[in-house]
Design a protein around this ligand. Sequence first.
Ligand code: PLP
Length: 550
Amino acid sequence: MLPQMLPATPRYYSRPPRYVPSASDVRVTSGHIGGALQNISESGLLFQTSAELPTKGDVLSDLHVEAQQVLVRLPEATVVRTINGSANLVACRFEGSGSSALDSLQTVISPPAYITGALRRGSTEGVAKGLTHRQFARFAAKKDRNLLAKCRDFYGYIDGLQEVGAYQTLYRVTSTTGLDHRTSLYNPFSGQEEEFICFDSNSYLGLHVHPRVVQATQEALKSFGYGSPSSQILSGTNRHLRELEETISAFHKREATIVFSSGYAANVGTISALVNKGDAVVADQLSHASLHDGARWAVGGRHKVFPHNDSHALEEVIQDAQRETRGGVLVVSDGVFSMHGGLVDLPAVRMAARRNRATLMIDEAHSTGVVGPTGRGVEELFDCEGSVDVLMGTLSKAPGTNGGYVCGTRELITYLRFFARSAMFSTALPAALCAGATEAFKIMMEDSEPRERLRANCEAFVSGLNQVGYDVEPAESAIITVLIGSPDLVVEFNRRLFQRGVRCAAVAFPAVPNGGELLRFALNARHTKRDLDECIGAMEQVGRELGFLG
Ligand code: PLP
């Protein structure tokens, strides 16, 4: 039995609920200043104006909201922020309380979609409930002439989770600001937007908010617009995409690179281009789903797996495959395993593949920019640069945006341009994202400071957890995990950390084997000492409450 749940005592910043106009044309006016209301709360409002922007610090007296014959007087407000761009936005803070104005505006404002819509506010009761793989599999396997019947059943199940408040503690908790070392979320328990310390961002170096990256993205956005809507084999190739390919090739010291719209598309497209029905794929069992899915698709059914990092077993599986088929064998593995943060045993896996004339593909998604003396990933760490035949990476981790890539020889990349269907039959990445990602790779090559800060953060975090009584291995990557070992306990642990303002991931089957349930903390270079100390403090308290420590 789990001990009684404690009431939430948030010590962290929270802001009152915001409302958005539900009628069209709700206007804010103050003298000659005015514009369209974007949102309003009892403490302030945001409006968009096509007129000249006021200055930060200006006081707006005689402030009104007008809509559908409703004219409501608002308290005096001070301009706290203006955003001058394609949308001219003005954020104001009321000097008094705006709650009576909100009451009067009820007919023209409503809560935003993250509060209404499919998501509901949960209670704190009955939440400790791990979702098992079997429950999911049961829905997908349901046989019915009506293929949509499984959707109805599943919807009923999710609705039940919402009733007990479990859904939003597990899925789709909604951020109301950008992801960073701290981020604001809509907390379904309190019904408020609150600030959380965030250990669930893959931007390990914080490059998604780096001024150079943001500026490069903005400049390309201005000249190329917000999309490059054509396939890269046709008109989707532009100078920013070409520059990104060149920069990634230089980073990984390879002849050429092909960019995909996601890491998932890169893995599925590449494996299914290289491997046909007469070939075989052998994957480390803990590899990312996109490697397993690519393998399954390529061989038209079940592919082969080998026990995690076991190179002797790998050799046997390769040899079994070679007895069954006259085709080639592709060995695939993560460089850093995404759920527990450990490393591939690259020298042993590479030797097993070499000895048996198999081709080696390594997914460097979580190692690029993080692992190795200059952040070139596991190849660099194990001092065997250039030895992986097919090197895959993502733009969605340290580079901080969307996209994936594969680099290697010119022959490999030219072949993939025509045979990787997820690149050929898919729209190119927007030029602006390519420009930002190029800058991110340049920073990774030029500036070791973010990586050093990240490493110092990882060391401090592991040492702090061990000091309060956990048994955590030294960090091999930016993913630090605490083994909990029970599906229900990991959910309850996570919920209590959430109640204390810590956002991390509870990982259970099928992402990890049964009994391997863990809390996953993704650290980044922007975490401060205060962030780490507060999280370690929360881990200590929750560990004691749940009888996990001491
Ligand atoms: N490979 C690994 C190891 C991952 O962790 C991920 C994670 O998302 C992917 C591939 C897929 O990348 P993306 O999110 O860019 O599709």
